[in-house]
Design a protein around this ligand. Structure first.
Ligand code: FES
Length: 100
């Protein structure tokens, strides 16, 4: 069994991300990864609340721990190209949490 190069979590069942379109984001990510033949190296999973409600859809990419906010279906190609394949952060989507 191989270990995934990237593991992506999309918050789909928390209080707000689902209302902000996260299911569509997750579905599109899964669809594109499958189309591109990357299923063995990149895993897309739905997740519960990531604790950052209101900034969604929230997406986090491991192992780097890149957090993205307000992700839309239109951002998927860029996330795949830059981060999941190119190992670069998609700067305009980076989530910077508010300080407590
Ligand atoms: S609902 Fe998505 S981070 Fe809480």
């Amino acid at each position: 069994m191989t270990v995934f190069k990237k593991h992506v979590f999309v918050c789909t069942s928390g209080k707000t991300c689902a209302e902000q379109g996260s299911e569509a984001v997750c579905d599109k990510l899964k669809e594109k990864i499958k189309e591109m033949g990357l299923k063995k190296s990149i895993r897309i999973n739905k997740s519960g609340c990531l604790g950052q409600c209101g900034f969604g859809p929230m997406v986090v990419v491991y192992p780097e721990g890149n957090w993205y906010c307000q992700v839309s279906k239109h951002d998927i190609d860029e996330i795949i190209e830059k981060d999941l394949i190119g190992d670069k952060v998609v700067k305009q989507l980076v989530y910077i949490p508010e300080k407590d």
